[in-house]
Each structure stands twice: as structure tokens, then as C-alpha cells.
Design a protein around this ligand. Structure first.
Ligand SMILES: [Zn+2]
Length: 220
């Protein structure tokens, strides 16, 4: 691993991309679904999401499992996740997927190495997304986790194809992207990996705001 451009993928636990592309056996699918629910609850408990505003998904073979729309994360069970065909975007079985399904689909299609996607409106990172500038790694955390600078995608309506296109482009091969005037999106090999990146980005955003508030020379 020499080039800096490869670091974000390594940080998000993406060093072993091939396995996620293969259909998983039943036990693997159940484990992955439990990991999605665990990740969603962690985001709720830590205050990164309120209610069900935010969404988590994981790749399971040729499908994904995504949190349903307007579902209370406290009571959500693995069976409540919505199954979606990755190629067609068609829902299989019961449930209504998060309205950000197009965003998740676009990321999995563009990044075969990605096994999980997390989207939140965590406060500091979301506030930073209104600035339209990259979140620089001023704290060592982003460097420690090899996330690097986090770009901001252009603002676009929630759930739109335009938002999905912009996010994929701004994310590139990285582990996190800010959605302009909206929130933050992180990816990883597993839901746990993507949650770690979401925590790190939020922490970096808090530090960045404090730095701006503390030193007028840093206010753009
Ligand atoms: Zn959102």
C-alpha cells in the first residue's frame, strides 16, 4: 500500500473486496442482517441519528438489506430489514425501504469493494456539509483511520438520482463523503466498519468547528 489514494479504502476495512461479491450462505446473510441492526442501534444510542432519520445497509450476495423507512431503530429486528435486488433495485418480499435506497444502490454498484453503507445527519458533520468544502484531517483521528480529507458532494434532493450520482463521484475510492446541506455517508467492508468511520468523521467535524470558533483567522 504505497499511494495515499489507497489509504481510505484500507481504513474502511476494504482490503478484502472479493468476498462481498459472492452470494452468501444463509448463516452469512443472517449475520450480516444482525450487523445492520446493531449498527443502526449504535448510531441511535450515540446520537448520530434521531428516530429513523438515517439509514444503514449491507451487501448480501446479489442483494442488499436496508433499514426500512420510518422504522423505530429501538424495536427493529433483522427480519424487518428490506431485501432489495442489487441489479434491478426491486424490493423482494415485504417492507418499504429507506427513501435513500437509490443512494445505497449507486454506491454498491460503483464500488464492488463496499460491503456496507451508513448515512446519518450527525450534527457537526451535517453542519459542515453546508459549507461546501472538504473536511480536512486536522485531528489525528482521520489520519489514524486512514480516512483522509472528506469531500462534499453537491446539494441535491433526498432520495434523488442526482444525489446518488454526486455522492458516488465525490466519494471516489474513499471511505466517507459529506452530502451538501444534508448529512454524511460512510462505507466499509461491514456495517461495523462503516459506523467507525461515521464516528471518526463526526468527531473531526466537531474539532473543525471548534477550531474555526477559536481562531478568527481560520474563519473562511
Ligand atoms: Zn439523509
Amino acid at each position: 500500500m504505497g499511494a495515499p489514494a489507497s489509504l481510505p479504502a484500507r481504513a474502511a476495512g476494504l482490503a478484502r473486496p472479493a468476498a462481498a461479491r459472492l452470494p452468501l450462505p444463509g448463516a452469512g446473510a443472517r449475520r450480516r442482517a444482525r450487523a445492520v441492526v446493531t449498527a443502526a442501534r449504535a448510531l441511535l444510542d450515540e446520537g448520530h441519528v434521531v428516530g429513523s432519520v438515517g439509514n444503514v445497509s449491507a451487501r448480501v450476495g446479489r442483494e442488499l438489506r436496508i433499514t426500512p423507512t420510518r422504522a423505530a431503530y429501538e424495536r427493529m429486528r433483522p427480519r424487518d430489514l428490506v431485501r432489495v435486488d442489487l441489479a434491478t433495485g426491486a424490493v423482494r418480499g415485504a417492507g418499504v425501504p429507506s427513501r435513500e435506497l437509490p443512494l445505497h444502490l449507486a454506491l454498491y454498484r460503483a464500488r464492488p469493494d463496499v460491503g456496507a453503507v451508513v448515512h446519518t445527519h450527525s450534527v457537526a458533520a451535517t453542519a459542515w456539509s453546508f459549507l461546501g468544502e472538504a473536511l480536512a484531517p486536522e485531528l489525528e483521528d482521520l489520519g489514524y483511520y486512514d480516512v483522509g480529507a472528506v469531500a462534499t458532494a453537491p446539494a441535491a434532493p433526498a432520495g434523488s438520482a442526482e444525489l446518488a450520482r454526486g455522492a458516488v463521484a465525490a466519494l471516489g475510492g474513499g471511505g466517507a463523503v459529506l452530502l451538501g446541506g444534508h448529512g454524511v455517508l460512510t462505507v466499509g467492508r461491514t456495517p461495523e466498519d462503516a459506523v467507525v468511520v461515521a464516528r471518526v468523521v463526526e468527531r473531526q467535524a466537531r474539532v473543525a468547528w471548534l477550531l474555526r470558533g477559536a481562531d478568527p483567522r481560520l474563519v473562511g
